[in-house]
Design a protein around this ligand. Sequence first.
Ligand code: PPE
Length: 308
Amino acid sequence: MPITQVEKIWMDGELVPWQDAQVHVLSHAVHYGSGVFEGIRAYETARGAAVWHLDEHLKRLFRSAKLYHTDIPYSREAITQATKDVIRANELNACYIRPLVLRGYGEMGVNPLQAPVNVVIAVWPWGAYLGEDALEEGVRIKISSWRRNSQNSLPAAAKATGQYINSVLAKVESLKAGYDEAIMLNEAGFVTDGSGENVFVVRDGVLTTPPVSAGCLDGITRGSTITLARDLGYEVREENLVRTDLYNADECFFTGTAAELTPIREVDDRVVGEGHRGPVTKELQGAFFAATKGENEKYVHWLTYVND
Ligand code: PPE
């Protein structure tokens, strides 16, 4: 998806013009994937732009960095302030937010420990991740022939740039085969997640999503969806799923910061349920978007208002 350019990017403590937020081609992260990042959204509310689950995302960023022995040279409070600053500087009401901590220029060779750490927070307006119609019509997906990174090779607990080359393989395979998105299984054959989304199935009114131990990212939208669903009275289980559980579901949907809550209408050419957005998915989407807009008092604490 093309990036919509805005004025400023926050880089290493300063707001710099978009074009000036550069790294050298010999930066460590460019060669070895030694970066950690987040994907966050800010939504338009009656009180201006508000960042959805900023604390959770930044906590995960710091956990990812720790896993790769990277000390982020700013506190979480400073990154919180910088995120607000960069949204305000670009006068955005709603946007996608991409914090990135990368091993920069100065050292070559696999060892990252002497390479400098650069910190970037970019923001831009970003529409529906899987296409404008996807939120209503749903997407067609393929179970990838590529397995999800094994937890003993690349831990799902870290959102690291290099780990995404696994998702790239799966995503491209699915697109070339004519689907919208891929889901990866782990080596044992259990469902993990999409190239950039967690997955849920609904059957007989019960929601099930794979446990984090299956090897999926501990998605923040996954967590909010579990809470929203339970608050609406649904039973939610975190249990292993096999691919046929997706085929035989009444409803199936993705969750993710970029994908938000996107229905899945077909899996491996099998129509899921009625073949369009089901009632539970629709109800959860409604609850999700109301919460992101600050329309439900119960979840206002999930928002960080940019102008506060
Ligand atoms: N699984 C994967 C592999 C993943 O990348 C994401 C987020 C999720 C699950 C959902 O996690 P969360 O956003 O915390 O609910 N993917 C991010 C990057 C997408 C991209 O193309 O870049 C995102 O949604 O921002």
